[in-house]
Design a protein. Structure first.
Length: 82
């Protein structure tokens, strides 16, 4: 299993802050899960945002970062201050 978290406007657009995904052995990188979600169609395409940031087990990472079964993944927009 993977726990996937969504924050800020991604959470609002998707109507959920988290989901559990059954592990797919073909998933090796964050990008694989990201593409799996985006392929679900609207509203998941919100994750195609060029400002998308991600984390693996509460550590910032990139979409090409490796993942493992049992990880906690998170997607959130670029953080801005003001």
């Amino acid at each position: 299993m993977l726990k996937v978290l969504f924050f800020a406007h991604y959470r609002d657009a998707l109507g959920t802050d988290a989901l559990q995904l059954t592990w797919d052995p073909a998933w090796a990188h964050m990008r694989d899960v990201h593409q799996h979600l985006v392929r679900q169609g609207a509203p998941w395409q919100v994750l195609e945002d060029p400002g998308l940031m991600c984390a693996r087990n509460q550590t910032l990472c990139k979409l090409d970062s490796e993942i493992s079964q049992g990880d906690e993944l998170a997607f959130f927009p670029t953080v801005t201050g003001g």
